[in-house]
Design a binder for this molecule. Sequence first.
Ligand SMILES: [Zn+2]
Length: 323
Amino acid sequence: MKLDRMRRSRNIEDRRGGGRPRGGDPGGYEPGGGSGLGGGQGGGLPVRGGGLGILILVVLFLIFGGGGSLSGLLGGQPGAGGSGAGAGTAPATQASGVDTGASASRSEAATADLVAAVLGSTEDFWTGYFARAGETYAPPTLVMFRGRTSSPCGTASGATGPFYCPADKKVYLDLSFFDEMANSLGASGDFAQAYVVAHEVAHHVQDQLGILEQAHGAMSRRRDAAKGEDSVAVRLELQADCLAGLWAGQTVARDGSLEPGDIEEALGAAHAVGDDRLQQRAQGYAVPDSFTHGSSEQRMRWFTTGLQAQGIEACDTFRARTL
Ligand SMILES: [Zn+2]
């Protein structure tokens, strides 16, 4: 991917440079998603919503069987403003940008720069997309860290992998995850990394649309919603893959920033973090009833669906007959 014309995001909180994890254990649960590309579990979300998400929300409502929260979502609460709902969290507005002195190597500095460029591109895309629907996109903050750091969704570490925490509207990313992805999972390349960032940002988009809260509600009420081939969890993750593809298709794939092999790198990453592949690696066999993110084939296919789509309607995995 060519980065030269891309704007770098300032919504980065760089905790690598000797930064201490703040506070103690902030929550009662670990971030979800053993694949390292999970959407963090969370509660107490400020309720947001609006016209953009109505189609998907209606479908969610049908699937979830009248949870009674649809009217609340559609009504929305103006001015929630992303000031974290999690108790004891710092305001999400302290964006510091990438700490250029914090990188341990030239390649890490390049990775940090790529993350800032991709994050900036997602901000421009989703800001425009929401604006066309009469909505306001409040971009997430991306926390770069090394080793471990605290979040309202639990401690972030190499074991958790990247995740989005709805309680403070932040994406947590240890840059060394990309080394692990390349070395252990065989998914390398800058666009593999871009896919990861776009996927986590997509969880924030789901959060703003009210989808994340409904999905988490269903997952906490019903065990079969939390895992399994046909679960809400899988539909949520495949939708994030689709929204990541939508970002790629509407931005870098259009403006000439892509280089040969980039899309293949993203598909390689989507394949690498499929539930079946990860389970095969870990235990020698896959158990579809325990899937939380979808198979490699599904993740690649939904990324491609988004890549070729014009809008989020194409990413309605909650209505899709074939997941
Ligand atoms: Zn995810």
